[in-house]
Design a protein around this ligand. Structure first.
Ligand code: ADP
Ligand code: ZN
Length: 612
């Protein structure tokens, strides 16, 4: 049997797993339940798809979003996996045929909508085949505390336990507060699961706030900059959507629109135009987005500030699901605050609440609006602001937001290493200030009673940073805390100790940077998943890239699938850098497995050999 790495390469075209994937896959293969909490774009699907291809029998994937399910199945099929979906888009006849095939084990993976689990035809099938593994996508839907509660998710547990042999159960989600996590484990009946939580951060998203004098002119500039890439422009009101969309269309930009005031038919049509790249720009209210899973959205621009950061992060997060660089731009104007106050007050009045509750709700909403406004006006790192708001710590400097890009990063790896040494050599039993004092050394430090008592002037790190200021060293120490290189103990006299990540810095594998305020901006470098090891190096060829995109569009058009099902943007970009000449070269490109090389290889190679 092939091992998991061979599967990864053969079907998906990747040589390495990403952080978090391997422990989950290993868990599943060892027969354990698993629970993966990873941000969008982190690669959750592979965590259940790889084991599904190794286990004996049929893996069921329960997924609440029909469009997502169809995309995934199409991609799997084009990667050479025998996959199918059971949902309401199938006619009874198609469904009957699919069920027959499934009973004969013609599929390795079947995606099902949760409602199916209660239908007799499906149950009869499920009880007649081997189902080693059930994977629950968007697992937070089981919790009433979350935003997308789906009552039929509550039936999953019963279904799983009704099978002759209880399958392994995997749960996956991008969002889970502590409460939702408990619900997932309990309500899905996970049995001592392997849990992987990789945090909220989406490193490929660049957060930007712009305060333009003329929003519309700025929007035009941003859209022109983005070329023919696909993106969403969110406006606060229907009227806003109409205005902006009409103006853009008059400008010759292929924009379409979406809001609750349009007929269902028009909404569906416009949405499809967007998904199939016929109209790359979608102008919409926040009614747009639920259940849309277009992975190659390259930017989300907010024409108005939303009413809170929860909505903002959710809407902005629709950019870059494929893990490729994407921009999240907020166009801010003081008037947005007024507009939101008005919208909040109106919906508060309309809500059926008693006066006391009404007052409390209003207060809370206004408070969240204040936080949103702080975000829109801060000069600090935007990513840090967002992550802290959601209860996660983050470094002062991310290097990929409009605040960080405005200020220069100073590399302080050397000083950081000396500070870590200082913490270690002094026995991990002092606070931040004292470490700074020790590292600076000198007369003042030598006189300190704690230094004298412990003979700390004898450790090599004493005075190792004698020409640095206390302020600088404190900044670096805080950065090290945020990075997890240092941890602070709880209690009245917190001391700092070396954290898990310290070794990364000490060994030189990781560098440390802090932000110098008020300096000239460095050149804005787009930051994607720089961690991918096999990424081809070199300049990309924009002309070739655009030719590759055209070829992809033609193939997608003929097959009636969205472009990203043929190849994601990242793969085309890599092709335009690596310029593969042969089939073997092609297979070296991350994201191209055997089946896709077989299916599309020749046409792409021909194009590359012709142009390059
Ligand atoms: P999620 O479900 O977590 O939002 P996906 O499973 O859709 O994320 O994966 C996002 C992107 O990352 C996809 O384009 C996928 O092919 C890619 N990807 C997943 N795993 C890897 C890997 N090990 N190496 C490189 N790319 C990967
Ligand atoms: Zn930043």
């Amino acid at each position: 049997m092939e091992d998991k790495r061979e599967i990864l390469k053969r079907y998906f075209g990747y040589a390495d797993f990403r952080t978090g994937q391997e422990p989950l896959i290993d868990g599943i293969l060892a027969g354990r339940d698993v629970f993966g909490i990873m941000p969008t774009g982190a690669g959750k699907s592979l965590c259940y798809q790889v084991p599904a291809l190794m286990l004996d029998g049929i893996t069921l994937v329960i997924s609440p979003l029909i469009s997502l399910m169809q995309d995934q199945v199409r991609s799997l099929i084009s990667s050479g996996v025998r996959a199918a979906f059971f949902n309401s888009t199938l006619t009874p006849r198609q469904y009957a045929i699919a069920l027959e095939r499934a009973k004969a084990y013609q599929y390795q993976i079947i995606y099902v909508a949760p409602e199916r689990l209660e239908s007799p035809g499906f149950l009869e099938f499920a009880h007649s085949v081997r189902i080693p593994f059930v994977s629950v996508d968007e697992a937070h839907c089981v919790s009433q505390w979350g935003q997308d509660f789906r009552p039929s998710y509550l039936k999953i547990r019963e279904f799983v336990e009704s099978l002759a042999v209880r399958p392994i159960v995997g749960a996956f989600t991008a969002t889970a507060t502590a409460q939702v996590r408990r619900d997932v484990v309990e309500l899905l009946g996970l049995r001592s699961p392997v849990i992987q939580a990789t945090g909220f951060d989406r490193a490929n998203l660049r957060f930007e706030v712009i305060q333009p004098r003329d929003k519309y002119a700025e929007l035009l500039r941003l859209l022109r900059e983005s070329g023919d890439a696909s993106g969403i422009v969110y406006c606060a009101t229907r009227k806003g959507v109409e205005d902006v969309c009409t103006r853009l269309q008059a400008e010759g930009i292929a924009a379409t629109r979406y809001h609750a005031g349009l007929s269902e038919d028009e909404r569906r049509r416009n949405q499809e135009d967007f998904i199939f790249d016929r109209a790359p720009v979608m102008v919409a209210t926040n009614a747009f987005g639920m259940g849309i899973d277009k992975p190659d959205v390259r930017y989300v621009i907010h024409f108005n500030m939303p009413k809170n950061l929860e909505s903002y992060y959710q809407e902005a997060g629709r950019a870059g699901r494929d893990g490729d660089p994407a921009r999240c731009v907020l166009l801010y104007h003081g008037q947005d605050v007024q507009l939101n106050r008005f919208l909040i007050a109106r919906s508060n009045e309309e809500a059926e609440l008693d006066d006391k509750t009404r007052g409390e709700v209003l207060e809370k909403e206004l408070d969240r609006l204040r936080q949103m406004t702080f975000y829109s006006t801060t000069s600090r790192c935007l990513r840090q602001f967002l992550l802290r708001y959601f209860g996660e710590d983050a470094p002062e400097y991310c290097g990929n937001c409009s605040s960080c890009l405005k200020s220069e990063a100073i590399d302080v790896t050397d000083q950081a290493r000396k500070l870590l040494e200082c913490v270690r050599q002094s026995g991990e039993r002092f606070g931040l200030r004292f470490i700074s004092l020790l590292a600076r050394g000198g007369e003042e430090a030598a006189m300190d009673p704690r230094v004298r008592r412990g003979h700390l002037e004898e450790i090599p790190a004493f005075g190792s940073l004698s020409d640095s200021s206390d302020q600088l060293l404190m900044d670096i120490l805080h950065q090290l805390l945020a990075m997890g290189c240092l941890v602070q103990t709880e209690g009245d006299y917190p001391v700092i100790q070396l954290g898990e990540k310290a070794q990364e810095v000490l060994s030189g594998r990781e560098s440390v940077q802090i932000r110098a305020m008020g300096k000239r901006p460095p050149r804005a470098a787009a930051k994607g998943r720089s961690t991918e090891k096999e990424e081809p190096q070199g300049e990309m060829d924009p002309e070739l890239y655009s030719e590759l995109k055209k070829l992809r569009a033609r193939i997608a058009g003929v097959q009636g699938v969205p472009a990203y099902v043929v190849f994601p943007d990242a793969v085309l970009r890599r092709m335009s850098i690596a310029k593969p000449k042969t089939r073997d070269d092609l297979l070296k490109i991350p994201g191209i497995g055997m089946a896709k090389a077989e299916k599309y290889g020749e046409r792409f190679l021909a194009l590359i050999n012709r142009t390059a």
